[in-house]
Design a protein around this ligand. Structure first.
Ligand SMILES: Cc1ncc(COP(=O)(O)O)c(C=O)c1O
Length: 377
């Protein structure tokens, strides 16, 4: 019996029964978050293409599509494979796909679905073009532009125009537009400063769009945005797509930026011991993502004192009844790096585990080995 089948034995058990640490997905809270974002986006000019790196689940992706999303965004080729192989037909990889294995996989996917990938270099464009030509498929491309994050992306407007023109000439590729992710704005807790910073970032992106237009190249896609800037980015009439993802689960970091979404994802942990007001849980940083913010207990009065590899310490009032063997749910500091630690979601409805859903494409290049696209060494 594989591990997933084994986990299915939990179906019908109470929310606090899975062996800990365990990933808990509150289905009704997810549904509320998906509906809430669809409602908020309905009044804004851009369309929603939710980022699937957060959930790595075609089931959740399909729920987002059913609520009106135009397609999905992914961070890796392997997440895109998981979505396309599950039958989802419109995926944008908001990242570079470098190297022959990824290029070949992308070319395969492009034969099955509408696949678009970000590109920042002539070398990568050529590699993708060759892979698509040999697979007989067409890969959609958006030129990635650095709008201030200083991560990926072409640095200057003339470089972006040159790259777009090259892509237009390469067989097997179709230029669809531009992408500029303003991740540095998410880190700005002050809303007024965030407004100014995202405005500046989008001005850079629209400058590229204008120069491309002057060269006769129209951008059908202008993609940007995350949960922390969704309402600002999606309000620009020239942005066509929003890449927000974390709203679906909510975590401590994103919740501090954008109120109004429910905590749909938690990590179930067990109290291993109590020493006065300090309670020690069996989920540490190998069980809950701590990027950007510490995890925090949900539904009880407690503050997080520390997070070690396999332990989290929380401080509770003397009156707290928490004791050895009790369970506590932790909201992740950062959802995406929490989900990636687990192979399955325990799906909860009405306080009971009603299903087990897999977390897909967690292993980076090992995914290629599993799919037979690479060689095991
Ligand atoms: C390229 C890209 N787009 C969008 C996002 C937005 O994701 P979120 O909604 O989780 O902030 C991210 C987050 O890291 C990203 O890297």
């Amino acid at each position: 019996m594989d591990r997933l089948q084994n986990a299915r034995q939990m179906i019908g058990r109470a929310r606090d029964e899975p062996a800990t640490p365990a990933l808990i997905l509150d289905l009704h809270a997810v549904e509320r978050n998906i509906a809430e974002m669809a409602r908020r986006m309905a009044g804004l000019p851009a369309a929603l293409r939710p980022h699937a790196k957060i959930h790595k689940s075609p089931i959740l992706g399909q729920m987002q599509l059913d609520a009106g999303a135009i397609g999905l965004t992914t961070a890796t080729v392997w997440e895109a494979s998981a979505m396309v192989d599950a039958g989802l037909t419109d995926v944008l990889i908001a990242n570079q796909a470098v190297g022959p294995v990824k290029a070949a996989e992308l070319a395969r996917l492009a034969g099955l679905a509408r696949v678009i990938v970000a590109v920042e270099s002539a070398r990568n464009a050529t590699e993708l073009s060759e892979a698509a030509a040999s697979a007989g498929s067409e890969i959609g491309v958006v030129v990635e532009f650095d709008v201030g994050l200083h991560r990926a992306g072409v640095r200057t407007v003339p470089e972006a125009v040159d790259l777009a023109n090259l892509i237009g000439r390469l067989r097997g590729l179709r230029l669809r537009g531009v992408l500029g992710y303003e991740g540095h704005c998410m880190l700005e807790p002050d809303r007024a400063l965030r407004v100014t910073k995202q405005g500046k970032a989008m001005t850079h992106l629209f400058e590229v769009v204008d120069h491309l237009a002057a060269d006769g190249i129209e951008c059908e896609i202008v993609s940007a945005g995350g949960t922390g800037t969704y309402d600002l980015i999606a309000a620009h009439p020239r942005v066509t797509e929003l890449q927000a993802g974390s709203y679906v689960f909510m975590d401590a970091f994103h919740g501090s930026l954008i109120p109004g979404f429910d905590v749909a994802l938690t990590v179930l942990a067990t109290v291993m011991g109590r020493h006065g007001d300090r309670v020690i849980l069996d989920a540490g940083r190998k069980g809950v993502g701590i990027d950007l913010m510490l995890p925090s207990p949900v539904g009880i009065e407690a503050t997080t004192a520390f997070v070690d590899e396999e332990h989290t310490g929380i401080d509770v009032p003397a009156s707290s009844p928490l004791r050895y063997g009790d369970t506590v749910e932790l909201m992740a500091g950062y959802g995406p790096t929490t989900v990636n630690l687990y192979g399955r979601y325990h799906v909860i409805e009405g306080g009971v585990v009603t299903d087990i859903w897999p977390v897909m494409a967690r292993y980076g290049s090992d995914t290629a080995v599993e799919k037979g696209a690479g060689t095991r060494v």
